[in-house]
Design a protein around this ligand. Structure first.
Ligand code: NAG
Ligand code: NAG
Ligand code: NAG
Ligand code: NAG
Ligand code: NAG
Ligand code: NAG
Ligand code: NAG
Ligand code: NAG
Ligand code: NAG
Ligand code: NAG
Ligand code: NAG
Ligand code: NAG
Length: 389
């Protein structure tokens, strides 16, 4: 009895039952040079099969793990697993055909439910070797990709220099994203911070995003998205869209609150292609702080002029019930509010208590509309171009 008792006490004292799986104990080197991909997949299998008596996989601090494009595949036995990332994960600088880059996904999570990725570590996509390489960037990888990953939580870590989008969440529900730091240079192509598609019940908060494309893009099939306390800039703003490439592209119930745009190209944006179908509705942007934002409030239903087709006017993604409330700060261009709707018209656009001034002293900013219905209240610049609902 004594022996067992001692063992149990020691076990508890060292948190044995709770001890983490550790990639180093699986044999990962973490010198930034050795390819640790196989070891990570082995550690993932153990975590996923629930055979290690621990639901947490630790990626320890002070090391840098080189991983080529990998898929962490579910379904897993457990629906409550965590990856604790305290060290660095780096992508190879010599991605090439045959190393998996054709998938377009570097760290790909597929059909994993109830996963948490947390910690203070850094994920470095080595995007610098990609951004200038091809004209189309079609082989550039997204750093973190989550497809069919319900009940996902991402918290605390940093992602830098993604070859393409930093984080993509696709076809998933019940997602919490908080305290992340996503960063790539202003001139890096398509390096969106967070892209959401075909997903619902998403909460993004307390996150810094400075990048070369959309800070956040809410794409087709998404609904019930809250975005609060996100600081965006540089970047192309928080965007709904692009929508309208597919049939029946829909987005609804997106609520963006207490966010700031610092030196970004856009602030609150809805972008749709000509001739699409579907809708973007029940969208609010409120309590927004602007600093030198180029287009603080913009609806653009003629997005991407290179795809402009003058004949595509019969249909459009329908934009309705969109509110912009309590915006304060400065615009870097004189076109602070720009509502360019299709012939189908935007309905019930509310612009309320907005005060946007020019970043250039002595200049007045303006508003413009095309086919936009709604009301403006207590707004600088005045938006007299809205048609009554
Ligand atoms: C890429 O670089 C790594 C580390 O320097 C090396 O182990 C690997 O063989 C290289 N791969 C290719 C395809 O060149
Ligand atoms: C994981 O699930 C499989 C299939 O349901 C089962 O055979 C296996 O025993 C489970 N493993 C553990 C460690 O529970
Ligand atoms: C997990 O726990 C079970 C029961 O306590 C034990 O038999 C097994 O050896 C443990 N497995 C590992 C990998 O620690
Ligand atoms: C990589 O593969 C793609 C498509 O398979 C091909 O178009 C491209 O030329 C290849 N690039 C190199 C560097 O081999
Ligand atoms: C989403 O995943 C489900 C399976 O869970 C699949 O049936 C469906 O086609 C996927 N939807 C999209 C838009 O990819
Ligand atoms: C691409 O290369 C050009 C010229 O060398 C450089 O000025 C630019 O900053 C590079 N772009 C990125 C995103 O690294
Ligand atoms: C979004 O915010 C609303 C209002 O605060 C809340 O009722 C809802 O549950 C939130 N949704 C998510 C997915 O966090
Ligand atoms: C478009 O998609 C929405 C949301 O998924 C769905 O409710 C609606 O029935 C679809 N409409 C058409 C015409 O397919
Ligand atoms: C637009 O429609 C006209 C008349 O039907 C046709 O001649 C023209 O080719 C069309 N343009 C495009 C870009 O499809
Ligand atoms: C708008 O903001 C400017 C700069 O802060 C301020 O001077 C001006 O009084 C405000 N206008 C209104 C109507 O609140
Ligand atoms: C800016 O607008 C104010 C108020 O409408 C007006 O008094 C002022 O002359 C305008 N300034 C310029 C440079 O147009
Ligand atoms: C218009 O703004 C004023 C001043 O903030 C506010 O008291 C009023 O409720 C607003 N009216 C509408 C219809 O939103």
């Amino acid at each position: 009895m004594d022996g067992w008792f001692t063992l149990i006490v020691i076990g508890l004292a060292f948190g044995y039952g709770e001890s983490n799986l550790n990639v180093v104990e699986f044999g990962a080197i973490g010198d930034g040079q050795t390819d640790d991909s196989e070891i990570f997949l082995e550690a993932w299998s153990t975590l996923c099969e629930g055979g290690g008596n621990s639901s947490t996989l630790l990626i320890p601090a002070g090391k840098s793990f080189l991983l080529k494009p990998l898929t962490f595949k579910g379904p897993c036995n457990s629906t409550a697993m965590a990856i604790q990332i305290e060290g660095n994960i780096v992508a190879p600088k010599n991605f090439s055909n045959g190393t998996g880059c054709e998938s377009g996904r570097w760290l790909n999570f597929l059909k994993v439910k109830g996963l948490t990725i947390k910690g203070k570590g850094q994920i470095n996509g080595s995007g610098r070797v990609w951004w200038n390489r091809t004209a189309t960037h079609q082989f550039n990888n997204n750093s973190l990709y989550f497809e069919r990953c319900d009940n996902l939580q991402l918290d605390g870590f940093t992602s830098i220099d993604s070859p393409k989008m930093h984080i993509t969440v696709d076809n998933s529900t019940n997602i919490s994203i908080s305290n992340l730091h996503l960063n790539a240079p202003e001139n890096s192509p398509n390096t969106d911070g967070i892209d959401i598609s075909d997903s619902s019940q998403v909460n993004i908060q307390n996150t810094f995003i400075g990048t070369g494309d959309d800070c956040i893009a809410i794409k087709k099939g998404s609904s019930y998205i809250n975005i609060t306390h996100v600081a965006c800039g540089p970047g192309h703003g928080i965007s709904i869209g692009s929508l309208g490439k597919g049939v029946n592209d829909t987005v609804e119930e997106v609520h963006v609150r207490n966010c700031s745009f610092n030196g970004s190209t856009n602030g609150a944006r809805i972008k749709t292609f000509k001739g699409g179908s579907g809708y973007a509705r029940a969208i609010t942007f409120e309590h927004i702080t602007l600093s030198m934002t180029k287009f603080p409030i913009i609806i653009d239903q003629e997005y991407n002029s290179s795809m402009y087709d003058a004949n595509k006017t019969a249909t459009a993604v329908k934009v309705s019930d969109v509110t912009f409330r309590n915006f304060r700060g400065t615009s870097a261009t004189l076109e602070a509010i720009k509502l360019v709707c299709s012939d189908v018209e935007c309905i019930n656009i509310v612009i309320d208590n907005v005060n946007i001034t020019s970043a250039v002293a002595g200049k007045n900013v303006t508003s413009s509309c095309k086919n936009a219905r709604g009301i403006a209240n207590a707004t600088v610049p005045p938006v007299s171009c809205l048609i009554d609902n």
